[in-house]
Design a binder for this molecule. Structure first.
Ligand SMILES: [Zn+2]
Length: 314
């Protein structure tokens, strides 16, 4: 008799989402206050340079874009090495994310500053680098918005290679946060529930989503958000996959939900539209051949993978 718990597919669904290709060995147990200095002394160290939600990319031969800078090479870009974060170690050596200070329009011709979302949506860098970007972007955003101790207001100091902040006044230690977001596809064998947010690209419909609140299980958040946004009560809820989402530091937790009622009452403050879609129509949306140009989110998004897994689940 097999053990049902591990009767899962050979490749975890989470391996297919955007930002899942991070290959960095974090070596979290070895982080020390001099980790960044030690890494910077290693000539093999490679840096990701980030500024204002953008990643710097070197334009190479044939239009190839390279996100990796050497420590010396990064000097003209007003980098704050003291604010650098040791992401971990690749096969080629230490990897850091470092805030830079040159505005996009002041960069030399051969360097572009491109926002994280475009870098990932357009597949400008390989999956391992995109994963490293997500890790670095989330950490730099957390440091930028948590400079002062939330207990006593004193300016805190970066420690442990960027994985902690320490308050020199009251001694409190502050750790980087990850905000969990539930994203769920409510579906029966025949149809699934998709909604349109007010800021979505034209024609796009996606799975509903919302922040998981303190004191809530993932399943309870999935049920609450689906009821609040669509008026649909859910029975069974099952986990499918997760995705790091560095806007600024979320973790998307993707689930399927089984509806108990049919009549949608959409929260039109949150959504522009919300309705049931039959499987054949969703397949056309995935293939981008829908007659009204309706589409599902692109391949890097976890919503795409929830929807595709359901379409292929017959
Ligand atoms: Zn303090």
């Amino acid at each position: 008799m097999s053990f049902r718990l591990f009767d899962a597919p050979l490749r975890e669904p989470s391996q297919f989402v955007g930002f899942a290709g991070n290959m960095i060995d974090r070596q979290s147990e070895n982080r020390a206050d001099d980790s960044v200095d030690k890494a910077l002394a290693d000539p093999a160290t490679r840096l990701l340079l980030m500024h204002g939600g953008r990643l710097y990319l070197k334009l190479g031969a044939g239009g190839a874009l390279d996100p990796w800078f050497g420590a010396t090479e990064s000097e003209p870009f007003k980098v704050s090495l003291a604010q650098g974060i040791l992401l971990g170690f690749s096969e080629r050596g230490p990897v850091l994310a470092v805030p830079a200070g040159v505005e996009p329009e002041q960069l030399p011709e051969a360097v572009k500053a491109i926002d994280y979302r475009s870098v990932y949506m357009q597949g400008l860098i390989d999956e391992a680098a995109a994963g490293a970007m997500a890790q670095g972007a989330a950490l730099l955003a957390w440091h930028a918005s948590h400079r002062f101790c939330s207990k006593c207001g004193t300016e805190s100091q970066m420690r442990a290679g960027g994985y902690k902040r320490h308050c020199p006044n009251c001694g409190t230690e502050h750790f980087p946060r990850t905000d969990p977001v539930a994203i769920m596809l409510t579906a029966t064998r025949e149809k699934c529930l998709l909604g349109r947010g007010r800021h979505f690209a034209p024609g796009m419909y996606s799975a509903l989503a919302g922040f998981i609140e303190p004191g809530e299980t993932i399943e309870a958040a999935v049920r609450r958000e689906t009821l609040e946004e669509a008026g649909i009560r859910l029975g069974r809820v099952v986990y499918h996959a997760s995705q790091p989402w560095p806007f600024p530091y979320s973790l998307m937790i993707g689930c399927f939900g089984e509806p108990l009622n049919d009549d949608i009452q959409a929260d039109l403050n949150e959504l522009e539209d919300c309705r049931w879609f039959f499987r054949d129509e969703v397949r056309l949306m995935l293939e981008r051949t829908h007659k009204d140009n309706l589409v599902t989110p692109p391949k890097g998004a976890i919503a795409h993978h929830l929807i595709r897994a359901w379409v292929n689940s017959e």
